[in-house]
Design a protein around this ligand. Structure first.
Ligand SMILES: [Zn+2]
Length: 157
């Protein structure tokens, strides 16, 4: 299901069907979406994956060039929109509350991060494809690795 690329420390999918639009095909290994997975147990039953020396590898989810560009554009546009809104919010709280506007900085940071996620999800859903998270979570390869002691969460964190 995967080929281990030692140089890039990532598992490259052998299946090319795009996981995000379900119609396109991945034509380049670099277009695929790679999510970090962490080894939680030293013993892994799958011989195929036991030669992965690292505690963390990128697991490739097949993605076509069109979905890659939608994902990339959505993430840069979303962070731009969210952070401009966040800065405007902070300026506004200072304008209204004076020095107590410092409290608004916390609100601004929340708006920046949450807003980026929401706007990104909105833009991507409008294009009728799955977001990076949605397209990855039920991926057969990811599920299989989970069964064999790998986790999407960093155990060291
Ligand atoms: Zn696609």
């Amino acid at each position: 299901m995967f080929n281990y690329n030692e140089e890039e420390v990532r598992l490259e999918p052998t299946d090319t069907k795009c996981n995000f639009c379900k119609t396109g095909n991945s034509t380049s290994m670099d277009d695929n979406h790679y999510i970090p997975m962490f080894k939680t147990k030293d013993s892994t039953y799958l011989i195929v994956y036991s030669y992965v020396k690292y505690q963390q590898v990128g697991v490739g989810i097949s993605r076509c060039a069109s979905c890659r560009s939608i994902h990339d554009n959505a993430s840069s546009r979303a962070s731009l929109i969210a952070w401009i809104t966040a800065v405007a919010f902070v300026i506004l709280t200072f304008a209204i509350w004076g020095i107590w506007g410092v409290v608004g900085i916390i609100g601004g940071i929340i708006i920046g991060f949450v807003g980026t996620f929401l706007v990104q999800t909105y833009i991507i859903s409008n294009k009728d494809i799955l977001t990076k998270e949605e397209g990855s979570k039920d991926n057969a390869g990811v599920l299989e690795l989970k069964l064999h002691g790998w986790s999407l969460r960093n155990p060291a964190a």
